[in-house]
Design a protein around this ligand. Structure first.
Ligand code: 26W
Length: 826
């Protein structure tokens, strides 16, 4: 009865319709006659989810039986975006669902946009994690993600009408029930905080940690379907919850506040994503999040491992753990604690297991992003873990001392503890010491990781421990889904089924042999135009202003940060505006028309980044209202940047700006997404821009600016031989003065932002401005020859094979994790 009654994925339109209607009637308890788009979305989501669950279940059973080595991706952030359209694509039931919705009176486009983004991340690191999950499932690899189920994701960004500045509002994304998660109320672990740790002093190194506060971690599973396969992996997110509802004694005594105190503090752990990108302030709640998450995840892995009945010594043969930046570094200490204190494994054996299990990815060289935790805080919150850290330090010191006797300075540099008041624990050093391999996220960045961040460790452990895995993006979301017209054109041109090239992106190279075909050029241009019109329409709705889709679309979208130099871009726009203003109407007619788009959030406490947004918004208000120039130049800051907004912006770009100070952007991933949609790259010689140029050829990108090795020298000059900006870069000085002169309003509010350029100029705008302006001129010139431009665009897309996250995940699976694919049978 069981097997004959089990259902499979619905592939017939009529079954999809039945399922949707059934969910409207039962799950939603709604009547069909007043169903709105949101209701239709909910029902379609539930119908799709049923299919996902079937495959998800099969996959879990498959791998439980098979007992392969598994890999776990530990990330505090997963920036998933919307799920429904991706699920339909991967299940292969998009056309059927479209048809079914249409027969019920709904358009699928209107239904899909009802979904709220799952925005449990800040930026690049979180979106990378999402792309990696997609590729792992698509490649049928036994990979799970582990993260936190924040009640509030990244804040919603509003722009204040009065002054153009950023306002933050909460993102209550779980307001409506979330169909994409399965609450696993039976998968629960206890996580301890505070208390005290007593060493046993029996020579075993063991200790007993007791007392303090115990919090429950409850699992929520998010299904991650692969493309063109039944394999559906799991992303397990933890929610915190009090161990006991509330303190009954206080409750009975009428002290209600005290009664719920503990329960509030437990729930607070997973209440909100920290909105900081690249900085940390040593906040206790952040450390609590990190431990809560790593402890629950490791307990879960250990339970799964023990169910296999293998000796504990083989833990690393069955488990690989990738640390997404230093945020999960406590997992190292926690596994030591579990092995030594709970499994009775001798220290050195435990250390061997640990150092064979972990792999560490570094995502930034900015010093302010390197996590450090005050020793007193660790002592208070995790007393046993502090003991273990000091034990690791002691043994590590002995081994360094043995190799480099008497080299005290080296010991101080390499120590996991930074001296000072208070002492601080250097999480990056801990991650390096305990990991089997360490990688950066692009060739240049991996080189900087070796040369600038960890040179002593390279010398100590040897070069082979440090390598590179260049980032990648999933072509399913970032080409097929967000740019369906281009995907179709590629399929037609390559004469290959879509699912072939979408799984082997190197196949795009086949476009090269058609570059000179006028028919392809024409269709290629038409697709771009169509995407630009979609964006123009979107912006017109939002701002009530006309947008000229025949103008060049120039886009910079990413977190606001000084090193990313949105400031350079906006100062360049002002420069262009002033030039236009000074031209005769006749002269203006020869200028390349341009629409500039910005989007991105600033960390709520990052003053200069918020000022930059305010400047962009106010410049846009002046420029867009200027009848002399606004046909030639307009500017938009699109609020509340998100994955979904990126999906509209990226396909519409003629060019994207990737203009970080050389040596600061570890990789960048939007650069890859733009190029995949045929948007050319205006950028510095930094991060993955370099590898993109290597692939497409330097004549197909627009590079400018000083190179990484020059940057330190320039900064030295700024400090010791400063030259006033008027002298060094008169054109830039004029732009700064224009802002100071109040033509964009503000009455002096922008001075602190302008002064970052006038004084110190850490991100070398004064050194790069002239070459930036020249590069922009070259872009304008190139755009005049539309045929040449389209050819560059086709060549760019054609050479993006390397930047598929499928390639990146293959690198990790083979060179790092040593895991194998296994297909769930049909
Ligand atoms: C502790 C505060 C904090 C928070 C986030 C420190 C560091 C981070 C991330 C590592 C910042 C980040 O997202 N880095 C970006 O990672 C992307 C994926 O590898 C790269 O493409 C970007 O260049 C890098 O800035």
């Amino acid at each position: 009865t069981w097997t004959s009654s089990m259902r499979n994925v619905f592939t017939e339109t009529s079954d999809v319709t039945k399922s949707i209607v059934n969910h409207v009637q039962t799950s939603l308890a709604r009547a069909p006659y007043n169903l709105d788009d949101f209701g239709a979305y909910q029902a379609a989501a539930l119908a799709t989810r049923d299919n996902l669950i079937v495959n998800w279940n099969e996959t879990q059973i498959h791998f439980t039986r098979k007992q392969p080595k598994r890999a776990y991706y530990l990330s505090l952030e997963f920036l998933m975006g919307r799920t429904l359209s991706n699920a339909l694509l991967n299940l292969g039931i998009q056309p059927q669902t479209e048809q079914s919705l249409s027969s019920l009176g709904f358009s699928i486009e209107d239904v899909l946009v009802q979904e709220r983004d799952a925005a449990l991340g800040n930026g690049g690191l979180g979106r990378l994690a999402a792309c990696y999950l997609d590729s792992s499932a698509t490649q049928e690899l036994p990979v799970w993600g582990y993260g936190l189920r924040y009640k509030y994701g990244i804040f919603m960004q509003l722009i204040k009408e009065e002054d153009g500045s950023q306002l933050e509002a909460p993102d209550p994304w779980l307001e409506h029930q979330n169909p994409w998660e399965l609450p696993r109320l039976d998968v629960v672990y206890e996580v301890r905080f505070y208390g005290s740790s007593e060493r046993l002093n029996d020579g075993s190194g063991r200790a007993v940690w007791s007392g303090g506060q115990e919090v429950l971690a409850v699992a929520y599973d998010v299904m991650i379907p692969g493309y063109g396969t039944r394999n559906t992996n799991n992303l397990r997110l933890w929610e915190s919850k009090p161990k006991r509802g509330f303190d009954l004694q206080s409750f009975n005594a009428g002290d209600y506040e005290h009664a719920v105190e503990a329960s509030n503090s437990a729930a607070a752990i997973t209440s909100v994503l920290y909105p900081n990108d690249h900085t940390t302030f040593g906040k206790e709640l952040r450390l609590k999040q990190q431990y809560f998450w790593t402890a629950a995840s490791l307990a879960d892995m250990m339970r799964r491992f023990k169910n296999m009945d293998k000796p504990i010594n083989e833990f690393a043969e069955y488990n690989a753990i990738q640390l997404n930046d230093t945020h999960p570094t406590l997992a190292i200490v926690e596994l030591m604690r579990m092995l030594v204190d709970e499994e009775d494994v001798p220290w050195s054996q435990a250390w061997t297991i640990v150092t064979n299990t972990f792999f560490f990815t570094n995502h930034t060289v900015l010093p302010e992003a390197l996590e450090k935790w005050p020793v007193p805080l660790m002592q208070h919150l995790l007393p046993r873990h502090l003991q273990i850290i000091f034990d690791i330090v002691r043994r590590f010191f002995l081994s360094v001392e043995k190799k480099f006797p008497g080299d005290v300075a080296r010991l101080a540099r390499m120590s996991l503890i930074e001296e000072g008041f208070p002492q601080q624990i250097r999480m990056a050093n801990l991650a390096v010491v305990a990991s089997r391999k360490v990688n950066g996220v692009a060739e240049l960045h991996s080189e900087l990781v070796r040369k600038n961040l960890f040179p002593d460790f390279v010398e100590f452990f040897g070069k082979s421990k440090f390598s590179n895995v260049t980032n990648g993006v999933t072509p399913r979301r970032w080409l097929d889904q967000c740019n369906p017209a281009l995907s179709q054109l590629i399929t037609d041109t390559l004469k290959l089924p879509r699912d072939v090239w979408l799984k082997d992106l190197y196949k795009l190279e086949g476009l090269l042999q058609h570059v000179d075909d006028p028919k392809l050029q024409k269709s290629w241009a038409a697709v771009k135009r169509q995407n630009k019109e979609r964006l123009a329409h979107f912006v017109e709705q939002m701002f009530g202003l006309k947008v000229d889709a025949s103008a060049m679309f120039d886009v910079q979208i990413k977190r606001l940060h000084e090193y990313k130099r949105q400031t350079l871009n906006i100062l360049g726009v002002i420069y262009r505006y002033l030039l236009l203003k000074n031209m005769t109407p006749e002269e203006r007619k020869k200028v390349n028309k341009k629409v500039v788009f910005f989007a991105g959030k600033a960390a709520p406490g990052y003053y200069v980044a918020k000022l930059t947004i305010r400047l962009i918004v106010n410049v846009s208000r002046v420029i867009n209202a200027d009848p002399d120039t606004n046909q030639y130049l307009s500017l938009f800051f699109l609020p509340d940047y998100s994955v979904s907004l990126a999906e509209v912006l990226i396909p519409a770009a003629d060019i994207s700006q990737q203009i970080s100070t050389a040596g600061t952007e570890a990789s960048g991933t939007s650069n890859m997404k733009f190029c995949l949609s045929g948007g050319l790259l205006l950028g510095t010689v930094d991060g993955a821009n370099i590898e993109i140029a290597e692939e497409v050829g330097e004549d197909n990108v627009f590079f400018f600016g000083h190179l990484t090795p020059d940057v330190d020298k320039l900064r030295y000059e700024h400090t010791y031989h400063p030259v006033p900006v008027e002298q060094k870069c008169p054109e830039l000085a004029k732009v700064l003065d224009a802002v100071s002169s109040n033509i964009f309003g503000g009455n002096g509010v922008y001075e602190p932002l302008l002064n970052t350029v006038r004084q110190g100029d850490y991100y070398i705008l004064t050194d790069d401005f002239d070459s930036y302006i020249r590069a922009v001129e070259m872009v304008d010139e190139a755009y005049q020859d539309q045929t040449e431009w389209i050819k560059k665009s086709i060549r760019t897309t054609a050479k993006m094979g390397k930047f598929s996250s499928d390639r990146a995940i293959q690198d990790y699976a083979q060179e790092y994790w040593n895991i194998e694919s296994s297909r769930v049978s049909e």
